[in-house]
Structure formats: structure tokens, C-alpha cells
Ligand binder design. Sequence first.
Ligand code: 9UX
Length: 67
Amino acid sequence: MEKTLEVKGMTCGHCKMSVEGALNELEGVNSAEVDLKEDKVMVNYDESKVSIEEMESAIEEQGYDVV
Ligand code: 9UX
């Protein structure tokens, strides 16, 4: 399943790496791609293995706000 999350506070390439890295560590996340300009994160995931809530928590733990 594919979904786009809106995330505030990501500005540089390190933000992008932090968020993508945190998401990719989760079991069930196939891919995560941050679009810095659009404040978006596109996630491709297996909904039987990981929930949106878990992905949001992982992003928030890195210090960013999910809208
Ligand atoms: Mo870059 Mo992101 O210096 O929180 S890591 S702005």
C-alpha cells in the first residue's frame, strides 16, 4: 500500500535521511521517500505488518511533526 504523509520541519538533506532511515528500520516498510520541497513523505508499506500510527511515531521520534 502506498500513502503520502505531510511532515513539517524537514529542511535539509540530513532531515531527509533521518526520516527515511527511521521509516526504513520499521518492519513492513518497503520504501520511504521524502520530498523536502513539498513537506511530504511517500511510504510504500505492508499494512498487515506496520500501521500509520507506528510510522508517525517513528517520524515524531526524529523530531518532526506529522500533520
Ligand atoms: Mo539539517 Mo534537519 O541541519 O532538522 S538536520 S535542518
